[in-house]
Ligand binder design. Structure first.
Ligand SMILES: NC(=O)c1ccc[n+]([C@@H]2O[C@H](COP(=O)([O-])OP(=O)(O)OC[C@H]3O[C@@H](n4cnc5c(N)ncnc54)[C@H](OP(=O)(O)O)[C@@H]3O)[C@@H](O)[C@H]2O)c1
Length: 243
């Protein structure tokens, strides 16, 4: 087995995921670039390799059960284990997300990718993570999933637009992550949630104010936690995000 730390980042072909892959690669790690589109994945791997990263492509659509199992086999064949999983892939679900008007299909699609997809990938990778000396899981969430912020008096300023699919998908992901933290307690697997801040990416039509590299920093930090680091936490660059 390779001594080099092995990581997998889902949705790593662009945006924050690409910069997480670049940031982990800059540590000298071998980074699996999880992406569903062959062309976009190959282009990202080539760009990362040109920047000196030991990157390899992992065909991965988080909604595809068979494909996710194949991704786990690919990593097993290549490295025999996985040290760090970053569940970054997500969709926003489009603009029309007032609760009174939403198409139930939008709700289903967003939950399938942002929540079920994370569970599917995590469970496929857990046997490989259990073989690592310092396994870490980072789930990319958002402060718009914070019920404290959504319910607070300043929600118009701090909780993003009304979005009945996307925001609750991150609340759901936060709750799911806590369940994993409880189940995995004592195994050495640390699992935490990261909020990248408001980042200019495709997800928000590039309206964000932070760069993808800035957004990636919290994930890199949570991926490199020491063995006595936190688990079951929700963090951004400033510290803990309220639930
Ligand atoms: N941007 C922000 O301000 C912000 C704020 C808070 C949290 N976040 C979170 O940060 C993470 C990254 O978002 P981003 O802003 O970088 O978004 P992005 O630029 O839209 O990138 C999303 C990535 O997820 C991939 N993806 C979507 N559905 C997938 C699927 N079914 N299987 C595999 N990959 C899939 C996309 O692949 P394709 O290229 O194939 O579509 C893309 O690589 C997300 O979890 C997001 O919720 C972002």
């Amino acid at each position: 087995m390779s001594e080099r730390t092995i990581a997998l980042v889902t949705g790593a072909n662009k945006g924050i995921g690409y910069e997480i892959a670049a940031g982990l690669g800059a540590l000298g790690w071998s980074v699996g670039v999880g992406a569903r589109d062959d062309g976009r994945r190959t282009a990202a791997v080539e760009r990362l390799r040109a920047a000196g990263v030991d990157a390899f492509g992992v065909p991965l659509d988080v909604t595809d059960e068979v494909g996710v199992a194949a991704a786990a086999r690919l990593i097993e064949d290549r490295a025999g284990r996985l040290d760090v999983l970053v569940n970054n892939a997500a969709i926003a679900g489009g603009a029309r997300q007032e609760p009174s008007r939403v198409d139930p299909a939008t709700l289903r699609a967003v939950m399938e990718t942002n929540v079920v997809g994370v569970v599917r990938v995590t469970n496929a990778m857990l046997p490989l993570l259990r073989r690592s000396r310092s396994p870490r899981i980072v789930n990319m969430s958002s402060s718009v999933g914070s019920l404290t912020r959504q319910a607070g008096p300043g929600a118009e300023r701090t909780a993003g637009p009304v979005a009945v699919a996307y925001a609750p998908s991150k609340t759901f992901l936060n709750a799911v992550t806590l369940q994993y933290a409880r189940e995995l307690h004592g195994t050495g697997i640390l699992i935490n949630l990261g909020c990248p801040g408001y980042v200019a990416t495709d997800l928000n039509g590039f309206r964000g104010v932070r760069t993808p590299e800035q957004g990636a920093a919290v994930a890199v930090r949570l991926a490199t936690l020491p063995d006595d680091g936190p688990t079951g936490g929700f963090f951004d660059d400033s510290g803990e995000v309220p639930w």
